[in-house]
Write a protein that binds this ligand. Structure first.
Ligand code: IPM
Ligand code: MG
Length: 352
């Protein structure tokens, strides 16, 4: 197998964690005789410093032409001026939109050995295995109009939550498809008691549910979902929701797993290259220290092997090796341990 992967290390701890994921991908390639070509590019704050924008058209084009894109993290205090016209996050949103990756898969599992790393009571965490599917190219992040204007002598700011029926349909269809390989339960999360866009969301999700009678569908209001996620997290199988609802709920769900550093994500569209990134941010406070947890990025690389490169066996092998490392007691600082970023990756490589 031959594939080209664009690597966007980004800012903060991004370069540290992507370097370790590349070592793991390199090992997988050597073992299986696959030819993985890595092309490193700038995106985020580092691209603002070099080119004045967070994502250049050239880098976007390279990403669109690749088989998959691996991303570390973007952003940091250096680029955090709220009045700034260019922001690292624009690169990330531009990339998601430019690749058309409308579905962001964020699996949340609780490793039995990490139950104590979570602030939740251990008995609540037994059997937690959630796949959150966050709509990624629409909703409140992308709706128009957005911006500032003066009205009645006051400054106003507007963001718009806009969904077309087809945008809801394609992401909920994916939720049902993936639920069929799991426990066959979809929870569609909205705010249909208040928002018109949520009433359309619920209408479309209901229709897709009727087309998939072998999967159970329930609807849940987002505030209830926020509560249920900590009260009874094991009751969820596949959860599908609007862009910003998903952003918020996945940070909450990450607490279940003990650390943000553990969680991977895959962003998929209609057949083009997928985008793979850990759900944690650039963590400027620990950047450059070599202590970040690389597992979120390594597990994102595993999702890349599965969803973009068709290497299911290799993906599962990486996931097993990461799990075994945790079982074997490997812990970075976020998990209460002392292993460096590199040493944690070594623990995974040793078991691969
Ligand atoms: C995430 C992040 C991003 C988002 C930020 C960095 C723009 O929080 O991937 O969850 O809000 O989507
Ligand atoms: Mg987020």
């Amino acid at each position: 197998m031959k594939a080209t992967i664009v690597v966007l290390p980004g800012d903060g701890i991004g370069p540290e964690v992507t370097a370790e994921a590349l070592r793991v991908l390199g090992a997988v390639a050597r073992k299986g005789g696959h030819e993985l070509r890595f092309e490193e590019r700038l995106m985020g704050g580092c691209s603002i410093d070099a080119h004045g924008v967070a994502l250049t058209p050239e880098v976007l084009r390279d990403c669109q032409a690749a088989d998959a894109v691996l991303l570390g993290a973007v952003g940091g205090p250096k680029w955090d001026d709220p009045r700034a016209k260019v922001r690292p996050e624009q690169g990330l949103l531009g990339l998601r939109k430019g690749l058309g990756v409308f579905a962001n898969l964020r699996p949340v599992r609780v490793h039995p050995a990490l139950v104590d790393a979570s602030p939740l009571k251990a008995d609540r965490l037994v059997g937690v295995d959630i796949l959150v599917i966050r709509e990624l190219t629409g909703g409140l992040y992308f709706g128009e109009p957005k911006g500032r204007h003066m009205k009645d002598g006051h400054e106003h700011a507007v963001d718009t939550l806009d969904y077309a029926d087809y945008e809801v349909r394609r992401v909920t269809e994916l939720a049902f498809r993936l639920a069929k390989g799991r426990r066959r339960k979809v929870t569609s999360v909205d705010k249909a008691n208040v928002l018109e866009s949520s009433r359309l969301w619920r209408q479309v999700a209901t229709a897709v549910g009727q087309e998939n009678p072998d999967v159970a569908l329930d609807h849940m209001l987002v505030d209830t979902a926020a509560m249920r996620l900590v009260q009874a997290p094991a009751s969820f199988d596949v959860l599908v929701t609007e862009n910003m609802f998903g952003d918020i709920l996945t940070d909450e769900a990450a607490v279940l797993a003990g650390s943000m550093g553990m969680l991977p994500s895959a962003s998929l569209g209609a057949g083009g290259p997928g985008l793979y990134e850990p759900i944690h941010g650039s963590a400027p406070d620990i950047a450059g220290k070599g202590i970040a947890n690389p597992l979120g990025t390594i597990l994102s690389a595993a999702m890349m092997l599965r969803h973009s490169l068709g290497l299911e066996e290799e993906a599962a092998a990486v996931e097993r090796a990461a799990e075994a490392a945790i079982t074997g007691g490997a812990r970075t600082a976020d998990l209460g341990g002392t292993l460096s970023t590199r040493a944690m990756a070594d623990e995974v490589l040793r078991r691969l």
